[in-house]
Design a binder for this molecule. Structure first.
Ligand SMILES: Cc1ncc(COP(=O)(O)O)c(C=O)c1O
Length: 427
């Protein structure tokens, strides 16, 4: 068969785009070459419905070892009794978790999407808001911090079966203990979706959700720096989770219920090439190099927040504990949409984002979300953050000046040459 030059040319163009630019999308990262290598392998050819040692297909003896390795390494990272590495994505992990724990029509309580929550935490346009009765808590208008009083009050009045914590655009740590306390009062489960800060949690740099949350889900491609994918974890497995009488032996343990909720509940064959890449990235997370990386993320985020504040930018909650920050651009007379689109022209990539109590539509927004995991992978340190902020500021303060934008785009390209990305891949 002829080589598909059309697709491979596009792939090369995307590689160059990634190499040239300053990547500040908080949910993105650059995997190691060996993680990508594992994904592009013969494992993509294999059907392996089921789990290691209990598959519906023959020929799974190697695949079983790969998947078991991924499970064991993941359990070791977070010191957990249970891990499922099959969810194809973060959204799939959440769908499976809810399928396992909830009945259609059950009540859930999550952080409002417009306040930093995620679509899968009850948004009406998502399965979570269509299949379940979704209720929301918010952040406080004056501090930008989660309104735990409101969360408790809603929990007591609504009595959800599942309280969801975790967020997509929240820069502060979470008080899991407080959430668990009210959950116990009303007999609810607590789930943490740690997709964003998982890499920092893995290294003990943020509060751990594992003691207080019955379930933890995550993506693997954000701060964990693995391939795109999802995972489900439990620190402790438990028996007869719904307190039913005469529970059949097969469904006695929560781990069985969750495994079945992933397959056959919400997915078919697992992506074993991606699971192999997950295993490689989990091996990387277990190293001291990754500890240094996670610490550097936090240092970079704090240095960046300081540099933005010094230039008069309004950071929601006044700073960051993790890898990202949310900036309200209203005092700069800019929308998130205009900022994102103009920065794109200068090869600085980030995303527009609603700020809490935003008066603009989600397609326009008053804010931008800025994250440092990807530039930290490229080797940038605290001392580089003021320079990155200065480049962003020059574009934003000269938003319609094509000359400035072109000049910044050249400076960005030059700067990023100092932080090479996958040089081995350039032909
Ligand atoms: C908190 C959170 N959960 C889940 C997801 C969904 O992950 P995926 O895009 O892999 O489905 C995201 C993605 O941005 C997220 O931020």
């Amino acid at each position: 068969m002829q080589r598909d030059t059309i697709v491979f040319n596009l792939i090369n163009q995307e590689l160059e785009r990634q190499q040239h630019g300053i990547e500040l999308i908080a949910s993105e990262n650059f995997t190691s070459l060996q993680v990508m290598e594992a994904m592009g392998t013969s494992l993509t050819n294999k059907y392996a419905e089921g789990y290691p040692g209990r598959r519906y297909y023959g020929g799974c003896e190697i695949i079983d070892q790969v998947e078991q390795l991924a499970i064991d390494r993941l359990k070791q990272i977070f010191n957990c009794e249970y891990a499922n590495v099959q969810p194809h994505s973060g959204a799939q992990a959440n769908a499976a978790l809810m399928l396992g724990v909830l009945q259609p029509g059950d009540k859930i309580l999550g952080l409002d999407l417009s306040m930093g929550g995620h679509l899968t935490h009850g948004s009406p346009v998502n399965f979570s808001g269509k299949l379940y009765e979704a209720h929301f808590y918010t952040v406080k208008k004056d501090t930008g911090l989660i309104d735990y009083d409101m969360l408790e009050e809603k929990a007591r009045t609504v009595k959800p079966k599942l309280i969801i914590c975790g967020a997509s655009a929240y820069s502060r740590d979470i008080d899991y203990g407080r959430i668990r306390k009210v959950a116990d009062e009303i007999n609810a489960f607590v789930m943490c979706d740690m997709a964003h800060p998982a890499g920092l949690i893995a290294k003990g740099l943020l509060n751990s959700p594992f003691d207080d949350c019955h379930f933890v889900t995550s993506t693997t491609h954000k701060t964990l720096r693995g391939p795109r994918g999802g995972i489900i974890l439990m620190k402790k497995d438990f028996e007869n989770p719904f307190g039913l009488k005469d529970v059949k032996s097969k469904t006695r343990m929560m781990s069985n219920i969750l495994d079945m909720a992933v397959f056959p509940g919400t997915q078919g064959g697992p992506l074993e090439h991606v699971i192999a890449a997950k295993a490689v990235s989990f091996g990387e997370i277990l190293t001291d190099d990754f500890t240094a990386y996670a610490k550097q993320i936090q240092k970079n985020a704090q240095a960046m927040a300081k540099a933005f504040t010094a230039k008069g930018y309004n950071i929601i909650s006044g700073g960051t504990d993790n890898h990202l920050m949310l900036i309200d651009l209203r005092n700069k007379n800019l929308t998130g949409k205009k900022a994102q689109e103009t920065l794109d022209k200068a090869h600085i990539t980030l995303n527009k984002n609603a700020v809490p109590y935003d008066d603009k539509s989600p397609f326009v927004t008053s804010g931008i979300r800025v994250g440092v995991p990807a530039i930290t992978t490229r080797g940038m340190k605290e001392e580089h953050m003021p320079l990155v902020v200065a480049l962003i500021d020059r574009v934003l303060m000269n938003i319609d000046d094509q000359k400035t934008i072109a000049a910044v785009s050249h400076e960005v390209k030059d700067l990023m040459k100092q932080f090479p990305l996958y040089p081995q891949l350039n032909k």
